[in-house]
Design a binder for this molecule. Structure first.
Ligand code: C2E
Ligand code: MG
Ligand code: MG
Length: 726
């Protein structure tokens, strides 16, 4: 019961029957309600408008507008949907009850009225409508809160497959709730392709064994936007522990992620150049160490400092200095990242980390370093690339780097030590006149440098005419006639004297210089063949070694054709020696190149046979004429039974494939005889003659081997002096 005062609920009693109004009023007032009356539709509307009652008792039958119309009208008014309206209908008037609800009534009572209960009825209706109102409000608040927090709630009935999602979930996925429903498939479809598998696996696992789970992933909304979401859920299980029901929330955490990313960027990267900073670098170094341990490789730390950078800042201003640093960072990236130590050529995929530590100091970490040469190569490349002029705002600026290098694990195991040592080495580089690089350990310095210097010199050797060709005869046994000649390249080095091919050909292959060298040798030899043809009136076959690099560059056939044309020799005079590596790389070009060479009439020899992968199967595929047994087998033929068997097998193989066979590196009479006995009649080696200079070869050609008993070089030329081995 209400205590009747201004706060007591106000009930509007609307009936055209005055007596009923009075009776109802009395009953309600007795329960403490305040009561107002209305006699027709007009009065009801204006009383509702003026008084905003807490409850309306509304008679169905009234003059003018009936109760249904009035009810509808109130419901359409401002705040008219909240007020409870109880309609008074005739007993058993089912039609009216139905119509009352359709018009928006909250409840109904029947006439004749039970006045004793009407107060209780009023109380009940008001209470429940207030409860409903509160519920509505708190729901609205929840929706507001969810939308402010970008947080939606969902429930997943695993038994029926039904998913209930709050409005905000739809917002997060960019789906209009009216248009489609969120289902498990819709959710999984939205998950970012790169994360789908992981998310599905995480959910599957959680449903099997967890009581709750948290998933953070990226989704693509229906509008095609990428968002980051976080969902946390609790799994309910039935008595058999089967998951039946999952309740959770989902939150759009895109902004948080972006902020985190920004913070990470600020924390781990240098803002000017975008390069990692010291902290991230340290982190990467730890990973690099485990890699180095696993692969037994080294790590190179390069400390790069720009020479006289302060001057640029002071004279041209910081803005220009900043641009130089940005350009340096770019050049470092370009110069370092794509470097393959194996071919010593730039390629994709090799790992190097660059960081800016301070001002004009950059640190580079090279992973997968085999030796100091690798580090030296990169240092050289960086030096060359950074020393190129910089054009900043139209002004050309020269900045050179001084680089110090330390190596893990030889110089130290901790990053700080390695950086310190690289720093010391860098100062040493500055002392030595800047724009150079130095290793922390000086002894390594000279070896690595020697190699680089030699490489630089080799580049000029062709131009400076320092290369020449020597010729080693290939003998026909037992007649000791000259069956052919192999041309071998030599380098007359300004300081080191004559270097044989094995001293610089590998380096020339690494650097790619070999194609130029091979071209030169081919040309020189072809010219020589022509000269011999004219002079000796005798057909000599000369073999020239060609590197696999020529096949990679796909220039070989063209070069050979051009050279034959220029020197006017017959292709039959020329043999080309290739190694197994060329065939292993069995690509289309190799097959077609060999076929066209063969088609021209050039003979093809497979050099160093037995040392490579020796898959005999491939021999058939290529148009070869000759197999050359590698000198390592010949060397051991008398002492190592395996070698003898290998040679026997090679000879048998050559026969079955109808290939000619040449043994190289024959040094003794016994080797010669055994080889002959096995059926190898063509032999080459110091026993007959070392590679000879042109003059000595010509001498050899004229006089041949006179003493067939022991045709060792020292003896057969006794009348002209020994042929000088070259
Ligand atoms: P190769 O084609 O197998 O040449 C034979 C090598 O054995 C030559 O070494 C030769 O001097 C050496 N030799 C000759 N007789 C004997 C002997 O009785 N005992 C021993 N132990 N060695 C002997 P060289 O001239 O140092 O050449 C090494 C390799 O370099 C050659 O092996 C060849 O693969 C390559 N090469 C030589 N000249 C050229 C060239 O012009 N172009 C290319 N691409 N490679 C070349
Ligand atoms: Mg050869
Ligand atoms: Mg060989």
């Amino acid at each position: 019961m209400y205590r009747s005062n201004n706060h007591a609920p106000l009930v509007l009693v609307a009936d055209d029957d005055r007596l009923i109004r009075v009776l109802v009023r009395k009953s309600l007032e007795a329960e403490g309600f305040r009561v107002e009356e209305a006699a027709d539709g007009h009065e009801v509307i204006s009383a509702f408008y003026m008084l905003q009652p807490d409850l309306i008792f509304l008679d169905v039958i009234m003059p003018g507008q009936d109760g249904f119309c009035i009810c509808k009208q109130i419901r359409s008014m401002d705040s008219g949907d909240a007020v409870p309206i109880v309609m008074m209908t005739g007993l058993d008037d089912h039609e009216s009850v139905k119509k009352a609800y359709e018009a928006g009534a909250t409840d109904f009572i029947t006439k004749p009225l039970n006045l004793a209960l009407i107060g209780h009825r009023a109380q009940y209706v008001i209470r429940s409508s207030r409860a409903l109102e509160n519920l509505k409000q708190s729901e609205a608040r929840l929706v507001d809160a969810q939308s402010i927090a970008n947080l939606g709630s969902w429930e997943f009935d695993l038994v029926s497959g039904e998913i209930y999602c709050s409005r905000e979930v739809y917002n997060i996925f960019g789906i209009e709730p009216g248009n489609s429903r969120i289902t498990h498939e819709v959710f999984m479809d939205a998950v970012h392709p790169q994360e789908k598998d992981a998310v599905a696996e995480r959910m599957r696992k959680a449903l099997m064994e967890d009581s709750n789970f948290t998933i953070e992933c990226r989704i693509m909304t229906q509008h095609g936007r990428e968002r980051s979401i976080l969902t946390k859920a609790r799994i309910n299980r039935d008595e058999t522990a089967k998951a039946t029901w999952v309740v959770g929330f989902i939150q759009d955490i895109t902004e948080r992620k972006e902020v985190e990313e920004k913070i990470k960027q600020l924390a781990y990267y240098d803002t000017l150049t975008g390069l990692p900073n010291r902290i991230l670098f340290q982190d990467n170094f730890s990973h690099a160490i485990s890699f180095a341990k696993r692969t037994k490789t080294q790590i190179g730390i390069l400390f790069v400092d720009l020479d006289r950078f302060k001057q640029i800042n002071d004279t041209l201003g910081h803005a220009v200095g900043d641009k130089v640093l940005q350009e340096v960072a770019e050049r470092l990236n370009a110069g370092v990242r794509k470097y393959d130590y194996v071919t010593r050529e730039p390629v994709e995929g090799i790992d190097a980390e660059i960081a800016r530590f301070a001002g004009d100091e950059f640190i580079i970490m090279l992973k997968n370093v085999r030796d100091h040469f690798d580090a030296a190569k990169v240092a050289q490349r960086i030096q060359d690339s950074l020393a190129m002029p910089y054009t900043i705002d139209g002004t050309e600026i020269i900045v050179t780097p001084s680089i110090g290098i330390s190596l893990y694990p030889v110089d130290g195991e901790r990053l700080e030590d390695l950086i310190k040592f690289a720093d010391i080495a860098m100062y040493h580089a500055k002392e030595l006149g800047r724009n150079n690089f130095q290793f922390y350990s000086r002894s390594l310095d000279s070896t690595a440098k020697d190699h680089l210097i030699l490489e630089g010199q080799l580049r000029n050797a062709v131009k400076r005419n320092e290369l020449f060709v020597v010729y080693q005869p290939i003998m026909q046994i037992p007649s000791f006639e000259i069956s052919g000649i192999e041309a071998l390249v030599r380098w007359r080095h300004p300081e080191h004297g004559v270097l044989s091919a094995s001293h610089f050909v590998p380096m020339a292959e690494e650097t790619g210089l070999i194609t130029e060298i091979d071209e030169w040798v081919l040309h020189t030899v072809c010219r020589q063949i022509k000269a011999w043809q004219d002079r000796f009136d005798r057909t000599l076959e000369v073999s020239v070694n060609v590197s696999g690099r020529n096949f990679k560059k796909r220039t070989l056939v063209e070069t050979v054709v051009k050279t034959l044309q220029n020197t006017k020799i017959e292709p039959e005079r020329l043999k080309l020696e290739i190694t197994e590596g060329v065939l292993i790389n069995n690509d289309e070009y190799v097959v077609s190149a060999l076929n066209s060479l063969k088609g021209m009439g050039i003979r093809l020899a497979l050099d160093d046979f037995g040392t490579g992968y020796s898959s005999l199967g491939y021999l058939r595929k290529f148009p070869l004429d000759i197999l050359k047994i590698d000198k390592t087998f010949v060397r051991d033929i008398l002492v190592d039974h395996d070698c003898t068997s290998i040679i026997t097998a090679i000879i048998a193989l050559a026969r079955s494939l109808k290939l000619d066979i040449i043994a190289e590196g024959v040094e003794t009479k016994d080797q010669m005889e055994l080889l002959l006995q096995k059926g190898c009649e063509k032999q080459q080696g110091n026993y007959f003659s070392p590679p000879l200079s042109l003059a000595d070869l010509e001498e050899f050609l004229q006089h041949g081997i006179t003493d067939t008993e022991d045709p060792a070089p020292g003896k057969n030329h006794s009348h002209t002096g020994p042929a000088a081995p070259v």
